[in-house]
Design a protein around this ligand. Structure first.
Ligand code: GLU
Length: 466
């Protein structure tokens, strides 16, 4: 039987990194086994649904390159089918109608609480059949009361629950809506799921879901429950830890391949390999090696990976992302060098595409300084004669290339007995407006002669005024 996995988010929020990693494992498992990956939107909790969440989830999946083969299927469009299965279970005697009033259930609950027992429905209506089905009622699944519900989890090994912990749970409410644990199973059966890879928080739902399979005379699929991702302080990942929603990572300037690589490694590994191309991930991924303990999110590691992917990418690959970031920062690239040249210059240093876009400010339009304090200090300590001489020699360079610029700076340093540091740092601030830049001569070569001279001239003017 060919492998079929799914990702089944509830649109109660955007796609979180924890959800994205679960989706990635499920997607990789399908791809590794040449199977199919299905996307299902579990949208029956209409009250908790967040506006825009479905689109955000779909966008995040696409951004991370996790394309689905079938779907998205929406649970709200399948109510008729769920009811059909409820009727089937009623007809086979695996489910029954329960007419117990709230008062009766509350009294039962109070009694059980007094005896320090968990609430278990006492099957009153199973033994007192003969009510009129047009009266308000719920439908309960006849669940096993003895023995165990057990499965061999692909991540966590053998898991067992005693059936006595569960009662005949409701599969259809009084308002006619089928319940969550029931819909999931009907969907997983209809969508022919072979492997259910989902978050650990669903472990407690699994026994109930197994009962539904059994009541329908079917074997449950294979389960794998993925551990959560925690913040680096060991607490549940939240907004306090920075970006938690996948699309926020795009806004922060992460490349999807970096985030994907980071997520796959968070809880899974292959020897001590850190960098995985998509093909490598697919061929090496092994769900049996996924860790069963929580993983801590480490932003520094993600930044390291992002820097790696930016440095390794071609300018062509980075351009669309960079242009998007530039637009968001309202940086125009009309007045300045071709953007490809700037990308080639900056890509070895930028940790994020946003940082790269910020650094582009040095090359376009009017001079802007991102460190006024240092600028003022350097202006005060600069020797105008040295910088006037640099200006003169720069103006005589015909072929404005990195090597020629470097030559001038080296000569001046020797002739004036000024250290390279005392020349380079002021030039960085005076011309590029920033302290941290790639090699100065390379930057000036890309910036162009005219802008270099104009900006240096303006700085010299400021020096001589003092
Ligand atoms: N809809 C559930 C969630 O978003 C997932 C259910 C499942 O995977 O079985 O957490």
């Amino acid at each position: 039987m060919s492998v079929r996995t799914r990702f089944a988010p509830s649109p109660t929020g955007f796609l979180h990194v924890g959800g994205a990693r679960t989706a990635l494992y499920s997607w990789l498992y399908a791809r590794h086994n040449h199977g199919k990956f299905i996307l299902r939107i579990e949208d029956t909790d209409v009250e908790r649904e967040k506006e825009g969440a479905v689109d955000a989830i779909l966008d995040s999946m696409k951004w991370l390159g996790m394309y689905w083969d079938e779907g998205p299927f929406y649970q709200t469009k399948r109510l008729e089918r769920y009811n059909e299965v409820v009727d089937q279970l009623l007809a086979s005697g695996q489910a029954y109608r329960c007419y117990c009033s709230e008062e009766r259930l509350n009294a039962l609950k109070a009694q059980q609480e007094k005896n320090k027992e968990n609430f278990i429905y006492d099957r009153h209506c199973l033994h007192h059949l003969g009510h009129d089905p047009s009266l308000p009622h719920v439908v309960r699944l006849k669940s096993p009361q003895q023995g165990i519900a057990a499965w061999d989890d692909m991540i966590r090994g053998r898991i067992e629950f005693s059936n006595s912990e569960f009662d005949d749970f409701i599969i259809r409410r009084t308002d006619g809506w089928p319940t969550y644990n029931f819909c999931v199973v009907v969907d997983d059966i209809d969508m022919q799921m072979t492997h259910i890879i989902r978050a650990e928080e669903h472990i407690n739902n699994t026994p109930k879901q197994i009962y539904v399979y059994r009541a329908l005379g079917l074997e449950p699929p294979v389960f794998a429950h993925v551990s959560p991702i925690l913040g680096d302080d060991g607490k549940k990942l939240s907004k306090r830890h920075g970006a938690a929603n996948v699309m926020q990572y795009q806004e922060e300037g992460f490349l999807p391949e970096a985030l994907r690589n980071y997520l796959v490694r968070l809880g899974w590994g292959h020897q001590d390999k850190e960098i995985f191309s998509l093909d490598e991930m697919i061929s090496l991924f092994d769900i049996n090696n996924v860790s069963n303990s929580p993983s801590a999110f480490n932003t520094e590691k993600l930044l390291w990976l992002n820097k790696h992917y930016i440095a390794a990418a071609t300018a062509e690959h980075l351009l669309p992302d960079l242009q998007w970031q530039l637009q968001r920062l309202a940086i125009s690239t009309e007045d300045g060098p071709p953007l490809e040249r700037v990308v080639m210059l900056l890509k070895t240093r930028a940790r994020t595409m946003k940082e790269m876009a910020e650094a582009c400010r040095s090359y376009y339009g009017e001079y802007q300084c991102n460190n006024q304090e240092t600028y003022q200090q350097l202006l005060a300590s600069a020797h105008p004669t040295v910088f006037c001489e640099i200006y003169q020699r720069f103006s005589t360079i015909n072929d404005w290339q990195s090597a020629e610029i470097n030559q001038v700076i080296g000569d001046i340093s020797k002739e004036f007995g000024t250290s390279l540091k005392d020349i380079n740092m002021p030039l960085r601030l005076f011309i590029l407006g920033a302290k941290d830049t790639p090699s100065l001569n390379d930057c000036l070569a890309v910036l162009g002669k005219e802008k270099t001279l104009n900006r240096l001239h303006a700085a010299i003017e400021n020096m001589s005024c003092k």
